[in-house]
Design a protein around this ligand. Sequence first.
Ligand code: AP5
Length: 194
Amino acid sequence: MFNLILFGPPGSGKGTQSEKLIAKYNLKHLSTGDLLRSEITKKTPLGLEAKKFMDHGQLVPDEVVIGMISSALEANPGVVGFLFDGFPRTSKQAEALDNLLALKNLTINVMLALDVTEQELVKRLVKRGETSGRPDDNNEQVIRTRIQEYHKKTSPVADHYKKSNKVILVKGEGTVDDIFGSLTKEIDSRMKKK
Ligand code: AP5
């Protein structure tokens, strides 16, 4: 199995690149943002609770997302590998993921971290907010809160994987196809070394 984390701040292109990567490598896409939005659409108790945090650009409590990922891992036995998008987002989530994977004799093979300037992130998300209907893209203050949450709580997650030499920084600005090319080059090289 080959398990990768696509890492980066809000608007760095995780969702866009994940779609292309899962098609190329046949990986199972696990996006906590998508899973949470699906719960909100279905108006489940979990979704209603998560919405309170998401609408303000804050992270949903660890127990909620760790539980969701644990269920998703159980529900997908025998896949070629997982692509984690938007998870883990705190050190606690990273430790939980390591433990969940270790129970199955698995590990994270690589973390690809998309590097995009804050100015570009805000530009992309403000633009998407005009058409997406995502409540957390609708005002610039919420977008800035999401980016602050990333710097404060999420960016240290990369240090967790740096210790085992699993982090590769990839330039996340330029055309979608060029960025995809850089990501696949790194993945192919890691797969060969495996
Ligand atoms: P989530 O859904 O994960 O959103 P996010 O991290 O804020 O990321 P986005 O989806 O906004 O951006 P992205 O990096 O995927 O970029 P995209 O490809 O869409 O999380 C939402 C919320 O859920 C969180 O705030 C939190 O509340 C909660 N949550 C989720 N996971 C959690 C967790 N683990 N723990 C706790 N809470 C959690 O691209 C963005 C835009 O840019 C698009 O319009 C796209 O078309 C455009 N774009 C993409 N690439 C390029 C390019 N190369 N050039 C120009 N434009 C581009």
